[in-house]
Design a protein around this ligand. Structure first.
Ligand code: PMV
Length: 333
């Protein structure tokens, strides 16, 4: 039995919100992306995860212990990769387990990328618990990716690039690059999403006639996005972001059966943002595998955005700056 406080560590991580989206996996390998993506880490949303090395594997998320093969399926290959990475150099027994206790300060599985921050924090805490705080971000990104693709980006802070076909992500610009940038999450539903991003992606790849066009078009969006971030040019970035997510949803709508994450309130917010842009207020939307709308703007325009959109939301909007990487902290959730 090795489960005691000497083999325990806590890490925090933030979700990685994609400016240009990953949607679609290669048929071979686990979570190898068909399209390159560029994400930004959200400081205002945090997952805190404690990992203790133990006799067996267990996972508790927001106070609920996950149970059964289905709930633990995504964790099993991550635990196996971590055991391979960590056992040998530390003289630990090859069959040790991970006791994982994780907490999100935002709704789980509602399209706010809790799996991204979750797996990034889990892998970072597990390495530290085994006395291997030296495992590189790149290597942690590769292992976190096995649990959730976007977790490959969450290991890093700032603006992060994940190339098509790549097993891990790389930092593009750090969290100090664009201090005036704000990302505002506008929640329009409290419930969990109906279809996982994994199932949505696979169905889209396997049945949407638009999928090949989506994949073929993606590289030029990433190139343009990199350029806009490099220039901190929100008016250039906004239309690129919208093209990326709306084309992603276009290919989903053409899947069989169609994949539809939007709610009536989603559309109400999108039209409100259109009206604000028509008044010259730079508010640029993006969305993921859920109904919530996320808006990129700058600090000075946040009050106008909140005044216009808060009444359409089901919970308080969350205003975020750009966050840092997954990192070890003191204390447990
Ligand atoms: O890696 P997952 O299962 O969290 O899927 C991420 C999919 C999107 O959020 C829609 C896009 C992205 O690049 O984050």
């Amino acid at each position: 039995m090795i489960g005691h406080s000497n083999y325990s560590a806590t890490a925090v991580a933030h979700p990685s919100l994609a400016l240009v989206k990953y949607w679609g996996k290669e048929r071979t390998g686990i979570n190898i992306p068909a399209t390159a993506s560029l994400g930004v880490s959200l400081a205002a949303l945090t997952t805190t995860t404690t990992v203790t090395l133990s006799d067996g594997d267990s996972v508790t998320v927001d106070g609920r212990r996950l149970d059964g093969e289905r709930e633990l399926a995504r964790f099993v290959p991550v635990f196996e990769a971590l055991r391979r990475e960590l056992a040998e150099p530390n003289g630990l027994p090859a069959d040790f387990g991970f006791e994982v206790v994780s907490k999100n300060d935002f709704p789980t599985a509602a399209g706010l990328a809790s799996s991204a921050s979750g797996f990034a924090a889990l892998v970072t805490a597990a390495c530290a618990a085994a006395g291997r705080g030296d495992v590189s971000k790149r290597r942690r990104s590769e292992i976190a990716r096995i649990g959730s693709g976007s977790a490959a980006r969450s290991v890093f802070g700032g603006f992060v690039l994940w190339e098509a076909g790549a097993v891990g992500a790389v930092e593009f610009r750090d969290d100090r690059w664009w201090p005036s940038l704000r990302v505002v999450v506008l929640p329009v539903s409290e419930g969990p999403k109906g279809l996982s991003s994994r199932d949505g992606m696979n169905r889209t790849r396997d049945t949407s006639p638009y999928y090949p066009a989506w994949v073929a078009d993606a590289p030029k969006l990433v190139a343009a996005c990199r350029d806009a971030v490099e220039k901190r040019d929100l008016d250039a970035l906004g239309p690129i972001m919208r093209r990326s997510y709306l084309r992603m949803f276009g290919t989903m709508l053409a899947a069989d059966p169609p994949v539809l994450y939007w709610l009536p309130a989603t559309l109400a917010v999108l039209h409100r943002l259109d009206a604000l842009r028509a008044q010259g207020i730079p508010v640029w939307d993006t969305m993921d595998a859920g109904p919530q709308v996320k808006v990129f703007t700058t600090e000075e325009h946040v009050p106008a955005l909140l005044e216009s959109c808060s009444a359409l939301c089901t919970a308080d909007p969350i205003v975020s700056t750009v966050g840092g990487p997954a990192r070890v902290v003191e204390g447990s959730p």
